[in-house]
Ligand binder design. Sequence first.
Ligand code: CA
Length: 223
Amino acid sequence: MNPTVLVIEDEVSLSRLLSRVLEEEGFHALVENRGDRGLAAAVAAPPDAVVLDLSLPGMDGLQVCRELRRRELRMPVIMLTARDAVPDRVRGLEAGADDYLVKPFAIEELIARLRAQLRRAGGPVERLTVADVVLEPGARRARRAGKELRLTAQEFDLLEFLIRHRGQVMSRQRILDHVWGYAASPASNVVDIYVHYLRHKVDHDHAVKLIETVRSVGYVLRP
Ligand code: CA
């Protein structure tokens, strides 16, 4: 699967060039010409990396970067700055960018830095989907019908475990062993309590219920 790179750049000639070269280099390139639209695109379908111009209409690059990080989107962000001004670079990195390039730059340099960042980030983002639930284990992010599910660490692990074993009935003991990772007493009702929390967050507002109870055995997540 080709890594997806979102280019947020308002200079049309540059964004077209970047898009073409990225595609030639084996990336899947998406382009947005405004900061606010770029942010919306990155939130709706998180790319594997973002190339972000500093000065943009709608919302500037620093703001876009801060908003991405605030939403816990941790994909590599390479900032493009118009001038080699130290404050801009520092502000870019402080806003959560991973690297920066000063315009004008060699496209090969950008490609090399992108590859380096993607290697560091561990390659393309893994996404697990069941029905309208999308889970990104790397970013520890979960959504249902496009809406963020605010899960605790344990709830996230439990949902990830159930999704990875979708359609298979999982006993309480197996869930305990895998999600909690300690030899808990079989009488412990921690699994039931967490399934209850998870149901409230995942299924409560939706007609289609994904988490099913299998009486006296455990739980199963069905698409
Ligand atoms: Ca610009």
